[in-house]
Design a protein around this ligand. Structure first.
Ligand SMILES: *[C@@H]1O[C@H](CO)[C@@H](O)[C@H](O)[C@H]1NC(C)=O
Ligand SMILES: *[C@@H]1O[C@H](CO)[C@@H](O)[C@H](O)[C@H]1NC(C)=O
Ligand SMILES: *[C@@H]1O[C@H](CO)[C@@H](O)[C@H](O)[C@H]1NC(C)=O
Ligand SMILES: *[C@@H]1O[C@H](CO)[C@@H](O)[C@H](O)[C@H]1NC(C)=O
Ligand SMILES: *[C@@H]1O[C@H](CO)[C@@H](O)[C@H](O)[C@H]1NC(C)=O
Length: 160
């Protein structure tokens, strides 16, 4: 086992225990591109839509799949909503997103989106990975064009 794979816990009481690995996000140079961010708030609540892409890297630890997904949802503090894969890659990558409660900074309401990616390891079919990260933008609808920004995953866990 690599030293950067910290064996964090053992789950499952069965004889086949699954090892939960936590990878230091700083050990990877990896982020996701958000494009076409549009978000606004109405009486019924706040809503968003955007595309998010991640690049394949077959040599990083862990290897990452290429994906592009369209995410749309509403409600600050709502549960994750499934994003729609737009790519044609032959992987089981699942992308979800949710809007976190906003904060107000000097009169501007900060919108924070959290995205999570889960996929089966590209080489080891019994291992899966979960990457989660968030980034902030603002409720730009009607006041500014669609926004682009990046999300750097800050929590990376794997189960083998
Ligand atoms: C997402 O990407 C698709 C094409 O891949 C494009 O048609 C669509 O307009 C994009 N949506 C946003 C919100 O940028
Ligand atoms: C893939 O990951 C390796 C190891 O982290 C890194 O050195 C390399 O630059 C990455 N390649 C791309 C195309 O991002
Ligand atoms: C807060 O916003 C006002 C008006 O938009 C601006 O003049 C001021 O510089 C801002 N202050 C900070 C600390 O960003
Ligand atoms: C990743 O793990 C978090 C925490 O357990 C979970 O809430 C989230 O749904 C997972 N992501 C995916 C895409 O399943
Ligand atoms: C956002 O990214 C898209 C796709 O890369 C690009 O076409 C568009 O010009 C960018 N928009 C801004 C405001 O930079």
């Amino acid at each position: 086992m690599r030293t950067d794979f910290l064996l964090a816990a053992l789950v499952g009481a069965s004889s086949v225990s699954a090892a939960v690995m936590r990878i230091s996000a700083e050990s990877m140079e990896y982020d996701w591109e958000v494009t076409g961010w549009n978000a606004g708030c109405a009486r019924a609540g706040c809503y968003y839509d955007f595309n998010v892409t991640g690049a394949a890297n077959l040599t990083s630890r862990p290897p990452t799949p290429a994906f592009k997904a369209y995410c749309a949802g509403d409600g600050e503090g709502s549960p994750y909503r499934l994003c729609t894969r737009l790519d044609e890659e032959d992987t089981d990558a699942v992308v979800v997103a949710k809007l976190l409660p906003s904060t107000v900074d000097n009169g501007t309401r900060i919108a924070t989106i959290q995205v999570s990616l889960k996929y089966t390891d590209l080489y080891t079919p019994t291992t899966w990975w979960n990457f989660t990260g968030h980034a902030s933008s603002f409720y730009n609808q009607f006041v500014a064009p669609s926004q682009n920004f990046t999300i750097t995953p800050d929590t990376i866990t794997g189960v083998a």
